[in-house]
Design a protein around this ligand. Sequence first.
Ligand code: FAD
Length: 410
Amino acid sequence: MAATGTWDAIVVGGGAAGIMAAIRSAESGRRTALLEGNQQLARKVLISGNGRCNLTNRAADDPTHYHSTQPRFPRQVLAAHPLQRTLEFFGSLGLELKEEKRGRLFPISDQAQAVVDLLEDRLAQLGVRVFRGAKVQEAIQDREGFSVRSTAGGYWAGEKLVLASGGISVAKLGADGSGLDLARAFGHQVTALRPGLVPLVSPDEYLRAAQGVKVWAEVRAPLGKGRVATDTDDLLFTPYGVSGFTILNLSARVVPLLGAGPVELEISLFPGQTPEQVSQVLQQRWEQHPERGLAFSFTGLLHAKVVSALLTKLGANAEVPVGRIGKAQRWQLAQLLTAWPVRVSQARDFDHAEVTIGGVCTTEVDPTTLESYLVPNLYLAGELLDVHGDLGGYNLQWAWASGAVAGAAG
Ligand SMILES: Cc1cc2nc3c(=O)[nH]c(=O)nc-3n(C[C@H](O)[C@H](O)[C@H](O)COP(=O)(O)OP(=O)(O)OC[C@H]3O[C@@H](n4cnc5c(N)ncnc54)[C@H](O)[C@@H]3O)c2cc1C
């Protein structure tokens, strides 16, 4: 079979991590080949942030935003390539950024395409040879180095190999698990894989009354042993359950618990307010308009569909004039409005998940270089590894940082 080239470094996977690895590899003076199974590079970057690409976060250096079976593993990588490096790198390419809520950073043009265009420009400038449609099905190491074969019969040989082939979420974009198989073939273990940053399914049928409505809410998720994770932001009611920033963000910690049965989330529609304060709000409204029916009494305060779901949950008569409602029932409502129990029983599948929880076992990888402890000169980066970040640009920061470290090392 005709060789498609001999290289100092071969990078498998042309997503955020692989592109960054190829750039740093070439900047370190290596003749570098980048092999991407798709015809297009970085398809996930293109759809990230609803096509606007939330490429990092002002708080990206805070290690508590990253999660792994070995929680300390990501720290050294993030320290080696902190936020400042990401900002300098993209700044040098000509990308201007703007900050949105919760420190999220986006291209000022609101175009993920701009990020990919500038990365491709840098690859070309450095002479990185990009092979598109190169779906790698085998990678082996012998005394000469690595031999890599694609499904279409391409063959590459190289001294250093970087695997940056992603997790398994939204497989139609390219990361379909074939890269994890390459890592397994080198002897690496892969931890249990679960969908992360994903909407959650609720068995509470009455919730469907609120579908399509987005509210501002505080969502609390019990994590066991008295620990609770909280997020205050958008909450979206859907035909299957719940989504929105709060749910996606908390999902990474809730999903692993769902194997043991449903988890009961607690939702406050009045973040920061006590049931006493909410009860007072209701009292004032009801004193002003005592003739109004219970459901109508919320008009102007809460979305009617949400009120409908809440009153069903409470088993309350929507028509009863509020002037006739006693203190005890008002208190019950105030408690529901500040601590509404909503059960979630499963995550939506990987096709709806922004990231994969789990990946190549990090105990088998050197956290200072991302070189495999099992196979010298093999490096692993990005979502392929058992590391994921919170919602808000942290996953791309992990991809840039780990790609940069793996690409430069060796
Ligand atoms: C809808 C959506 C929105 C998101 N929005 C954001 C956001 O705004 N901010 C944020 O930080 N994160 C976001 N993420 C997560 C983020 O995009 C990913 O964590 C990140 O892109 C992972 O980068 P990666 O390079 O490790 O993997 P990937 O981007 O998955 O890249 C892996 C590449 O390897 C290729 N590949 C796989 N197997 C092979 C093979 N055998 N041979 C050759 N090539 C192969 C794939 O085709 C793919 O191009 C989002 C994810 C999704 C799904």
